[in-house]
Design a protein around this ligand. Sequence first.
Ligand SMILES: NC(=O)c1ccc[n+]([C@@H]2O[C@H](COP(=O)([O-])OP(=O)(O)OC[C@H]3O[C@@H](n4cnc5c(N)ncnc54)[C@H](O)[C@@H]3O)[C@@H](O)[C@H]2O)c1
Length: 380
Amino acid sequence: MVDISQSVRVGIGLIGTGFMGRCHANAFGSVAGLFDLPGEPVKAMLADVTEAAAEAGAAALGFERWTADWQALIDDAAVDIVAITAPNVLHEPMAMAAIAAGKTVYCEKPLSTTAASALRMMEAAEAAGVVTSVGFNFLRNPMIALAREIVTSGEIGEITGFRGRHAENYMADPAAPHSFRTDPQGGGAVADIGSHIIAMARYLVGPIAEVSADCVTLYPERPAGPGAEEMRRVEVDDMTHALIRFAGGVGGSIEANWAATGRTMDLSFEITGTKGAVAFTQERMNELLLYAGSGARAGYRRIEAGPSHPPYGRFCPAPGHHLGFNDLKVIEVADLIGSHVEGGRCMPDFREALAVQETVEAMQTSSQERCWVTVPGLGR
Ligand SMILES: NC(=O)c1ccc[n+]([C@@H]2O[C@H](COP(=O)([O-])OP(=O)(O)OC[C@H]3O[C@@H](n4cnc5c(N)ncnc54)[C@H](O)[C@@H]3O)[C@@H](O)[C@H]2O)c1
């Protein structure tokens, strides 16, 4: 927790300027105009792999200073929050250095490359007492908060099943090249996007106790890199189908699939209960479907996002005008700055992201061993 009588300036150090780096920069740049924050984020320093990339990134994204040395960013006195948007394999060394420096750590998902690594990160963060947050931004959607309220309040009765899916098509082309995502340490589809639907399942229904998964590699080799003629073996899954059993007893299924022809962002679920059901897909992220009623009046109805679903009203006073993907990051960052200044957990934090990582790894183990696997860490 920071002494707010001393300073409300919150220095942001951003590592990476790719897809997520730009998304973080946008969020830190716009959050103060939309939310009442206890601290003022200042885009203090940016790091990328080369001086040129860092300088160009800092100019484009509005950072005061730049460096090609991420350790220097972490050690810089003007940096209070370290935002890590580098490839997964760098999350642990960067986060550990930030924790050692006593900084708040905002790390992209998945938390790391293995559950053992994620555990080291969580234990170090908790021992140091630093605030942590992990970029499971889809949980920040007001329609997901509404779904959770509907599920936990008993409005749809006892929960009887969960069907979840995160399906996109960005690796559907066999000529799509290797990247950090297809690296064994990248973890494949089950880590890259499976982590999002696992986090969603946990948020809505609770911890997952057991899994039985089939991880499938569709294309045994891919071009070694963009434009490369050399082919390299693929050692990770393109799609995973898993049966799951929640700790509370509810059964269900999860699919992670980055080769889902025709799907661009189907992070979706259907939760059934004894009295009703809820359904959602990120492709229509401003809508929640609620099944209710009886007899001739039974059916799904569409609830459209609006100011009655906080914090939608922070962005727009009128319903139907719709939030977008980047807005979810703004909501995430607003919460992060609140926790950084005032203290307290910023969910989902490293502890929660470790549980997601353990579930990912249990799916991989289950597929290798062709059996049900208990997810470790339950009750931690
Ligand atoms: N939350 C989400 O919805 C979401 C979406 C996409 C990606 N991600 C996660 O974000 C992370 C990055 O993904 P991306 O799509 O932005 O990747 P990217 O390849 O677009 O960007 C990665 C950035 O990290 C930089 N980088 C690499 N090594 C570095 C080093 N040693 N020092 C400093 N910078 C370095 C790269 O130059 C690049 O700017 C991954 O962990 C990924 O899983 C999350």
